[in-house]
Design a protein around this ligand. Sequence first.
Ligand SMILES: Nc1ncnc2c1ncn2[C@@H]1O[C@H](COP(=O)(O)OP(=O)(O)OP(=O)(O)O)[C@@H](O)[C@H]1O
Ligand SMILES: [Mg+2]
Length: 460
Amino acid sequence: MAAKRPAPAPFRCTECGWTTSKWAGRCGECQQWGTVVEAVAQTGVMRGFTAVVPNSERAARPITQLSTLDSPRRPTGVGEFDRVLGGGIVPGAAVLLSGEPGVGKSTLLLEVAARAARDGYRVLYVSAEESTAQVRLRAERTGALHDELYIASETDLATLIGHVDEVKPGLLIVDSVQTVSSALSEGLAGHPSQVREVAATLVRVAKERAMPVLIVGHVTKDGSIAGPRLLEHLVDVVCHFEGDRQTSLRFVRALKNRFGPTDEVGCFEMTGDGIAEVTDPSSLFLSTGTPVSGTCVAVALEGKRALPVEIQALVVPASGPNPRRVVNGVESSRVAMILAVLERRARLRLSERDVYVSTVGGVRLTEPATDLAIALAIASAATDQPVPHKVAAFGELSLTGEIRAVTQLAQRRAEATRLGYEEIVDSSILDVTNALMLLQVIARQADPEPPAAVTGRGAF
Ligand SMILES: Nc1ncnc2c1ncn2[C@@H]1O[C@H](COP(=O)(O)OP(=O)(O)OP(=O)(O)O)[C@@H](O)[C@H]1O
Ligand SMILES: [Mg+2]
């Protein structure tokens, strides 16, 4: 007797597709509230279907008989953006660019649009957030005026596709997916079902016409892309545009890329004239001038790029019963751990002192590889002993005070050397004992020749 088929789940999450036999207020998979709806009402997945015989062009073939030709890429003309995309944009690719409000998404894509237009491609930039006059004003300011750059202000998906049919662009830009809506879908613009419908239609249109589409996506307060989780699955590339509001520096990272690696980072600077590429960001995060106590240079990795960053620390007597720990650009939990290691392992008394740690240029460091430089900057500030000039440090600090090796050591060393750092302190010259001694030497202010100690030239 044939086995009884399990009953299909009648409820489904609109965010992640999780299915359940009973309705639930919260999705069991993605933990979103109010996203579980009846599957029949949502997509009609319960309805039966009839198999369709594919035509010969679409028939499945053995993999060995398939063409190995890579999809030809077209550089966007913005080198730093191309770097993130893996060399350029692939025809028919759907690229989602997410970022916080005001970070510069529209400015970047208008720049991409203008460069593409100058390269001879017709571009359609559809803004669902701004009027055409606003976009024109920005284009005047950033120098993005071109006859082949078409602008439309449109929030209706069907009309947007109508614009595509009329203009026949070689590149489509939609700003943003959360502000376009379709009459075929329920809810207002930005509703998960609307965002899914708009994104799916744009992806389909892009694939059918071999026309790349760049889509702007908003992020929620917690930094994730607003809308259904499926949005990220629908598109080919997801790029995140980030930067500190206080500084003009911006980074674009690929979070997902079906056509290239995701470890590249594009570096930009927001200026009064728009957005400028920063092709060599290495010296941006270093202060100039003679070394003072409380500073040390770390070499962080931003994607494939090694980026020397100066870390500054200030240690002063506590101004109240609870010593203050104020950090900027580094993680406070990481600094707390480093302070504990310095206190316990290097016998540096910090528990009754206020500690301030900051990175130059406000760059955010999350890598444990910067621990050693943070530790040296704090130790140097606490003892008023400058870390010698031309010294860069990288290594992860363990709770035992050990300096652990970091990834991509050769790359970090090469970049530090290129920028003129003569001595590099890392786990290859510092073992457990002499790393501790190094910190102790600084702590005790006992060494009249700190360069020899710090550089590990056999001082220990
Ligand atoms: N007239 C101006 N002069 C100089 N800089 C400007 C000017 N207007 C805007 N900017 C800069 O451009 C930034 C806004 O860029 P843009 O509109 O591209 O951001 P966005 O990410 O698209 O924002 P939103 O999410 O609101 O659409 C501002 O934060 C500001 O730094
Ligand atoms: Mg915008």
